[in-house]
Each structure stands twice: as C-alpha cells, then as structure tokens.
Design a protein around this ligand. Structure first.
Ligand code: ATP
Length: 373
C-alpha cells in the first residue's frame, strides 16, 4: 500500500454553507471550508461547538438543514452513508466483538461484494499497514486499547477510501499511548495520501497532527489555518485563548495605528502594540480593548529597568517546569496574574515571591482586540 504523491488516494472535500438545527439549537451555523486532496484537517472546539454534528453530516448519518457537501466533484449531500466511499473511525464505534480481527477488517469488503481472494489480500495488507500482521485470528477482547484502535483504522482504510473521518479516535487511550498513536496515524495518512477530517477537543492533538485546524465555537467556524497561523495570528480572543496559553489584560486605546498603537493600562501604564483586531470605530481614543500576550514573548526585569513598554508588578510565585520557568506576576487591575515563561537557563533564575519587577512587552508580540463590553 506504499504510494507516491501521484497515486495518492485522497480527494478534496468541499463543505458549502452547511447548517443544522436540533429544535431551537443551531448545532452547525453556516460553515464553509475546503479540505485539500490528501490534507489533514482537524475540527477543534469546546464541547458542544458542533464538531461531531458536522462530521456526522459529512459521513451521511445526519442530514444538513441547508448547504451541500462534495467529495471531489461529486455532490454527496443526499447520498446514503455506505455509498459515499468514506472511511470512519469513531471512539464509540467499537469493533464487532463476535468477529475475529481479520473478519472485522474484511467486513467493509464483504459489504461491497469483494471476492474471497481479494478480501484475503487486502486484509493482509491492512494488517501490515497498522503493524499487526500476526493478530488476524484474535478476538477484539484479546487486544489492548491501542491495538483495537489500530484495527479500527485498518478496517476504515481497507477499501482505500479517498476520505477518512475520525471522531476523537484516541479519546479512550491513556496519554502516552495517545501520543504514540497520533504519530502513527499521521505517518500512515501521509504515506497513503488519504484526506483526513479529524474531530478533537484537545488542542495539542490538533496542533500535532494537522496541516490545518478549523476552530469551532457555538456551531460556527471561527478560524481555519495552519497550527502556526492560529498560534501567531489568532483573529479573535477566543482563538487566542483556545490555542496555547495567553495572557489577557483589559486596557483602553490611547492613539496610534496598526504599526504602533499606544494602549493605556491601569496604574497609568502605557505600552506599545501592533496588530489591531477590530474596526476603526472600535479603536478611537478611550475605547476599551483587550490585549493578548503569549507568556514566552514576555521578559522580566527588576523594577525600573524595564524601559518604556513595561508593566510593573509583583512576583507571586515562580515555578520550575523542566526546560523553562513560569513566573506569575500580579499587575494592577488584573484578576489573574500574568504568566511569564523564561528559559530555565536564563533570566528566570533568581526571581521569587514578593520581588518588584517590570514585565517587558515586545511590541510585535501584542495583539489588541476591541473589547466586548
Ligand atoms: N441528536 C441531537 N439532538 C439534539 N441536540 C443535539 C443532538 N446532537 C447534538 N446536539 C446539540 O448540538 C450542539 C452541538 O453538538 P455536537 O455534539 O456536534 O458538539 P461537539 O463539538 O462535537 O461536542 P463534544 O466535543 O462534546 O462531542 C450541542 O448543543 C448539542 O447539545
């Protein structure tokens, strides 16, 4: 089943203006995006954000209220699930317990009327794909959780679907096994060139595995981009907060423009920022804003040594976490301490509770969002 890019099996998937309501709950709200041939896209969002509902509509187990879904050029919106040619792995979709591993994997082929010889050949190849060649005769109950999930992946891929859907497939596994399986699934996907749409609420999992991540909130697609894009260029406070650790402080807009804006913070502190997210009207003098700063883009100095764009504060506690220190700094007007992440070998060493410090902010690393008040 080794493939080159030319004969990769993946198809493009186009989601166009898809909505779905359950009674008065709009579970999926006018979502559109295109997943490229052979691309790995994760749907990421908190519980209830509509990820599973969207995946179920792509699979054909739920009908959209409006919109359309295409695989390649083919409109599959009204096609039965078993006629869509899509493979599926779900956390809840266990293997058939009364069938051997080989019979489980053979099942989709039997349904499609494959010959005995064809089934044997493909089951063997699928077992090799997930490195469980010797396990065909076992019953699912005789396998570990990770092995069962690999068999579920083999069963989903055995008929070489152009698209594979996965809904929290690793949710039941412990952390170490989950991380191993993430790498295994990702490398398998790259080798086969299959298009994957993967649902998770675990941001680390989404960032590790995906070419792009679609962030969902309240049924809406709020941003889609590469892991780096989402981390570096979040378009909303929700995405900024959801992807990685972010410090937020409430302030007010004083003046300036996209290149250099001046933001006022409690205690008559002024800092410079780039990257305004909102309309011109929202960035008038005196308007409330939320500034967002990544912990690793902040540095610390002793009070008075931080220069112009610095926020004075007091160290609450400092924690050593292997390769870095996190220093928690109380600043005026903020409910939560500011997290500052410093390399363990650097300036973090030596700060302790009660120290008076300046949190120094790199202008290019501050995002400014119009505040929702
Ligand atoms: N069959 C259903 N009947 C009624 N409401 C539903 C049904 N399925 C989902 N919903 C509602 O639709 C919304 C989206 O649910 P969905 O399961 O798609 O979210 P999710 O992001 O996958 O969440 P989770 O991570 O918890 O699985 C929720 O408000 C949920 O309560």
């Amino acid at each position: 089943m080794e493939r080159t890019a030319r004969d990769a099996i993946g198809s493009q998937v186009s989601i166009e203006n898809i909505s779905k309501a359950y009674g008065t709950v709009l579970a999926v709200d006018n979502v559109s995006f295109v997943v490229g041939k052979g691309e790995f896209v994760s749907l990421l969002g908190p519980s209830g954000s509509g990820k599973s509902t969207l995946l179920m509509m792509i699979a054909g187990f739920e009908m959209p209220g409006s919109g359309s879904i295409r695989v390649g050029e083919r409109d599959i919106t009204n096609v039965a699930p078993n006629k869509r040619g899509i493979g599926m792995v779900f956390q809840r979709y266990a293997l058939f317990p009364h069938m051997t591993v080989a019979q489980n994997i053979a099942f989709p082929l039997k349904m499609r009327g494959a010959t005995r010889a064809e089934i044997d050949r493909r089951v063997e190849a699928a077992l090799a794909l997930v490195r469980l060649e010797a396990y065909g005769h076992r019953m699912p109950s005789q396998l570990s959780g990770g092995q069962q999930q690999r068999i579920a992946v083999a069963r989903a891929l055995v008929f070489e679907p152009p698209v594979l859907l996965m809904d929290e497939p690793l949710g039941a596994l412990d952390k170490k096994l989950r991380e191993e399986m993430q790498i295994e699934i990702k490398s398998l996907q790259q080798r086969l060139g299959v298009t994957v749409i993967y649902v998770t609420h675990d941001q680390e999992e989404a960032l590790t595995m995906s070419d792009r991540v679609a962030v969902m909130s309240n049924g809406r697609l709020v941003q889609i981009g590469s892991p780096l894009d989402l981390y570096e260029q979040p378009e909303t406070p929700f995405v900024a907060d959801f992807i990685g650790k972010m410090n937020f402080l409430r302030g007010e807009f004083i003046g300036g423009d996209e290149q250099c804006a001046v933001i006022g913070l409690p205690g008559d502190v002024k800092i410079e920022a780039q990257g305004l997210h909102g309309t011109a009207a929202q960035f008038a003098t005196g308007k409330p804003v939320d500034i967002a700063m990544r912990p690793e883009r902040l540095t610390l100095h002793r009070r008075g040594l931080g220069g112009d764009s610095a926020i004075p504060g007091t160290v609450e506690t400092a924690i050593f976490a292997g390769s870095f220190h996190t220093v928690f700094v109380r600043v005026e007007g903020a409910a939560d301490p500011v997290h500052v992440q410093l390399p363990a070998s650097g300036l973090g060493v030596g700060y302790g509770a009660g120290d008076s410090v300046d949190v120094v902010v790199d202008r290019g690393a501050v995002k400014v969002f119009a505040a929702e008040v």
